[in-house]
Design a protein. Sequence first.
Length: 278
Amino acid sequence: MKNAICLDIGGTNLRCALINENYEVEKVLIKQTQVGSRDVFLSEVENIIKEISPNENTVGIAMGVPGPVNFKGYVSELPNVGIKDLPLAEYINSKLHLPTIVLNDAQVAALGEGCIGAGKGYKSTFFITISTGVGGALVKDGKIVIPDDEIGHTNIKYKHKYYEFEKLNSGNGLLNLCKLNKLNVQNAQEFFLLKSQNDKNALKVYKLWLNNLTYLIQFIKKYFQVDVIVISGGVIKSQEYFFEDLKNMNNNVKLFLAKFRQQAGLIGAAYACFNYIK
């Protein structure tokens, strides 16, 4: 059976998996992402791929990275990794002699969810990830459609100042929103626990946060005319505290949780390998 080597590269962890053509994960490795050095980073990516053991059935390598990528797999910057100017696809191809695809992490996860995940069977799916930041990508007719702007960097106004959307509404951004409302919490889980205990300040911030997410969802629905919106990311670990409320506030939208949850990036990379590499 054919297989693909798939990577989901984040600012914290580097995840690599061997996935077969039935989209079953046969092997997975997780290592800490090496930050601040381009050479060390490239070496770590090369080494984890070798450790996952390509074989005669491997059709190629595909990966998602948290930054902008051109069509040749050149990464201009990985802000959360602290490095720039990465000829990533070229480097890996030269070292391992396998066809290599590099996509933005939100795009590759969107492929998986839009084509074989929660959006399967629909013409268009917009994938949103809410984690350290906020990212998104549109899949239409089985292909990535790149928006003009990254949704997490859209400006919103709050208390007479403008903020990038993710600065107030991602996992980290939620903590900033709390601070602006004199609520001190260490992480999103602590916030949601306070909310579940009906803490007055937490409930106030919760309402603001849900309103902001609703604004984003309604904007995406109207601007991109999508059939389905799929949500994933680290904040979804706390879904039991907010997802039903969010769905009720957006009852004109087919709003789903990602089928593959934290593996959406790896499964999307496998889809890219099996469908884009000839």
